[in-house]
Ligand binder design. Structure first.
Ligand SMILES: [Zn+2]
Ligand SMILES: [Zn+2]
Length: 767
């Protein structure tokens, strides 16, 4: 029997994404931190999150909350702890982080029955939030099943099922509803996800079932779709682990926090180790979080996971639409998928009782968010492992120097895989000194003689080549020979890039574009010249040099459509491409069995960036690309064109020797006090004038000057001083440990939406 709770509403701190800090509202007593509510902010309905009772409410008339959205906090308690940590660390609000865990469309169904036979809604009406909180705790602990807890709004049928026309002849007569389904499918090119299809055709699931019975349509689960693309793959057979792999698995203690750095060259079998650990964890009834840098390049992994753990894998990434994302998260909340694979934000996925966290390619920059909140998924994965008390495995062939140094210092445990599988050799890497080529040919050389010969030979053997140039467009910028001036974006302090196909000069920062002028915009002279070739020009030149070759370019300009990168990679894998040209998006984790020549056109491009990580990034990129060559039975070779063959990053990349690179780079970092031997925060501000951008940072500097152990650099103009007509300033905080940086945040808390933004542990200082 539920008794009516007559307790009056209590002042409660509630955070909304904007404004911030928290506001105080009147809310029913007994609400728990993490419960979502709807409140009015300046008369606009806004999603808010409960922080707890306000012991010292403002002495004004408080507004009540409009409604409570969750019967109890939907996030597992340890995940909520992780959010609290992340909010403090990255200087953002819980309301900014919560949507990354829980899409706003995910809502509990108040009709759900408690074991006592009461509906959640009845307890709400009676004000028994304490009862609900108790049920929530039991649910999170797995002690209470609440079937049907969630609304499946917009999720009619299974959101991850695709419906396809089978191509069977239509029967003479179909019902109007059936016809609408068929027309909708035909209009969409033959296939649609079930949810959108039913919406578009205004048909019910029974109509689909009938059509399926008649053999007119087929329903394919999304996961199976991914597997079907992999028909050319070797079957996902279980591989016998070698000695090193078994040792690595044995070194990871189940059920205890510890960070393990799994270091092994490409092809050394890191995935086998992850799979074994995942199997062990699932067998123990716990859950696995598996992070990858980019989901578009991991269809192979997904099909392997689905083959090994059928029906138990859920996927989350930015490429999914809102419905699919919602379906994903619901599967996690309903405990329907104990293994979750995803990119950056998946580190905050609402899985409970984690037993293993895998971060593959841990060095990848894509784990760090480039927008507010600027979280780093790898770092949060380590923190989450600590809170959950479970092992964390970071894997890489070229670890970040942060993780490598942590292993050197004994904070992480180093697990090595030295062997490549039998019959697979490292490719041979040869340096082509572009200074020599210049002397030979007396002009700037894009394709050296050696590279042209290599391309010719590879084509003749009907094998594949890949050419990498980390610069898109046709020509990097235009310059006037008469006055020497370049053509800059009118809104940003960068030069415009020429795109020949589109016949436009484009700004890669703000998207501004203009028709290329025929005369210099500065002096009117007719001597305009393009400087610095990009991928578009490389493709152009290759078509002239090798007219019979099938050439495919993959860069951000050719892969704007969803799925186009995957389609291009698949075509290359199926052998439909002879020469693949592209930017660094070619470097990552896919496998072309017929690829035997990799050409790096200008290995120096990344070295010129004024950033202390330039050498590390260049080394990683070159090593990764080199690793693409000759992964199957065919021996691969790499031609690396460079003007600086003596640079350590180049020398060690040629030898494919990460440890030698780290030995040379780490002392340099230490001597100059750069990470991993220090911690940094980057504060930025913008304004309509340079002065307006400078002022808040100047104030901040005054507030922080007395923080012990803190070095403050700036404020100074940002490397790109103006973007989209906004002037940019920055200030860097540096300290030997993280302590003073945290103290700085306490002393001068940021106002979200204010003039100053913070990038904790910044990876990039350029943009
Ligand atoms: Zn000029
Ligand atoms: Zn611009």
């Amino acid at each position: 029997m539920i008794t009516t709770n007559m307790d009056a509403p209590v002042p409660t701190r509630i955070e909304v994404a904007r404004p911030f800090p928290p506001l105080t509202y009147l809310a029913p007593p007994g609400l728990q931190p993490g419960q979502r509510v709807r409140v009015k902010v300046r008369n606009a309905a806004t999603l808010g999150v409960v922080l707890g009772p306000d012991p010292d409410p403002p002495k004004v008339k408080l507004r009540p909350v409009d409604s409570v959205l969750d019967p109890f906090p939907l996030l597992p308690p340890r995940l909520w702890e992780l959010l609290e940590f992340a909010a403090r660390y990255y200087g953002c609000g819980l309301a900014h982080l919560l949507p990354l865990c829980l899409p706003p469309a995910v809502e509990a169904d108040w009709e759900t029955l408690l074991p006592s036979g009461q509906r959640l809604g009845e307890a709400r009406e009676a004000g028994r939030w304490d009862l609900l909180a108790e049920a929530g705790r039991a649910w999170h602990e797995g002690a209470l099943a609440l079937p049907g807890l969630f609304h499946r709004r917009g999720l009619r049928g299974a959101g991850l099922t695709e419906v396809r026309l089978t191509g069977q002849p239509h029967p003479a007569r179909v019902t109007p509803a059936q016809a609408r389904v068929i027309f909708a499918l035909e209009g969409a090119g033959g296939a649609l996800l079930e949810g959108p299809l039913l919406e578009a055709s205004q048909a019910g699931a029974s109509v689909l079932a009938t059509l399926e019975r008649h053999g007119l349509v087929a329903r394919v689960r999304r996961m199976d779709l991914l597997s079907q693309k992999r028909e050319l793959d070797e079957p996902d057979k279980r591989v016998e682990l070698n000695g090193e792999q078994r040792q690595a698995v044995a070194a990871v203690t189940p059920g205890a926090f510890g960070v393990h750095l799994l270091y092994g060259v490409t092809g050394s079998g890191k995935t086998e180790v992850y799979l074994e650990l995942a199997e062990r964890t699932l067998a123990a009834g716990r859950r696995v979080l598996w992070l990858v840098p980019e989901i578009g390049l991991t269809t192979r992994l997904l099909s392997r996971l689905e083959a090994r753990f059928p029906g138990r894998v859920a996927v989350g990434h930015a490429g999914l639409n809102a419905t699919e994302k919602q379906a994903d998260v619901l599967r996690l909340l309903q405990d329907d998928a104990p293994l979750f694979v995803g990119v950056r934000n998946a580190v905050l996925a609402p899985l409970r009782d984690l037993g293993l966290i895998v971060v593959d390619e841990e060095q990848e920059g894509s784990y760090k968010s480039e927008e507010h909140p600027r979280i780093h998924a790898r770092d949060l994965a380590v923190k989450r492992g600590q809170l959950e008390g479970c092992p964390v495995v970071l894997g890489s062939a070229t670890p970040s120097l942060e993780s490598w140094q942590a292993a050197n210092a004994g904070r992480y445990r180093l697990l090595r895989l030295r062997d490549r599988p039998a019959g697979v050799d490292l490719p041979t890497v040869k340096v082509v000194d572009l200074r020599e080529s210049f002397k030979e040919e007396r002009r700037k050389v894009v394709f050296s003689r050696q590279l042209l010969e290599g391309l010719g030979e590879t084509l003749a053997r009907r094998e594949q080549s890949m050419l990498l140039l980390n610069r898109r467009g046709f020509e990097n910028f235009w310059m006037c020979r008469a006055c020497g001036r370049t053509f800059e974006c009118p809104h940003c302090s960068v030069t415009l890039t020429y795109h020949k196909g589109a016949f436009r000069l484009r700004c890669h920062l703000c998207g501004y574009e203009s028709v290329p002028p025929e005369v210099c915009i500065h002096c009117g002279a007719e001597h305009i010249r393009g400087v610095g070739e990009g991928t578009e020009q490389i493709e152009d030149q290759l078509r002239t040099l090798f007219p019979a070759a099938r050439i495919l370019r993959l860069d951000r300009d050719t892969t704007t459509r969803r799925g186009s990168l995957e389609a291009g990679l698949l075509a290359a894998e199926l052998g439909e491409v002879d020469i693949l040209v592209g930017t660094q998006m070619l470097a990552k984790g896919h496998n072309f069995p017929n690829l035997t020549l990799v050409g790096i056109l200008n290995a120096d491009l990344g070295l010129k960036i004024p950033d202390f990580r330039a050498a590390e990034r260049t080394f990683q990129l070159l090593t990764q690309v080199a690793g693409r060559a000759g992964r199957a039975e065919l021996k691969g070779r790499v031609l690396l064109q460079t003007y600086s063959p003596d640079h350590p990053a180049i020398i060690h990349a040629v030898a494919q020797d990460f440890e030698a690179f780290a030995r040379e780079e780490l002392p340099y970092r230490e001597a100059l006090g750069y990470p991993p031997f220090s911690a940094m925060s980057l504060y930025r501000s913008e304004g309509d004038t340079p002065g307006e951008a400078l002022e808040p940072l100047r104030q901040l500097r005054l507030a922080l000057e007395t923080v012990p152990g803190l070095r403050i650099l700036g404020p100074l103009e940002a490397p790109i001083a103006r973007v989209k007509d906004r002037y940019r300033m920055q200030m860097i905080l540096k300290a030997a440990t993280r302590g003073p940086l945290g103290e700085a945040m306490r002393r001068a808390p940021l106002v979200p939406g204010g003039a100053v933004t913070l990038d904790r542990d910044p990876l990039s200082f350029g943009v």
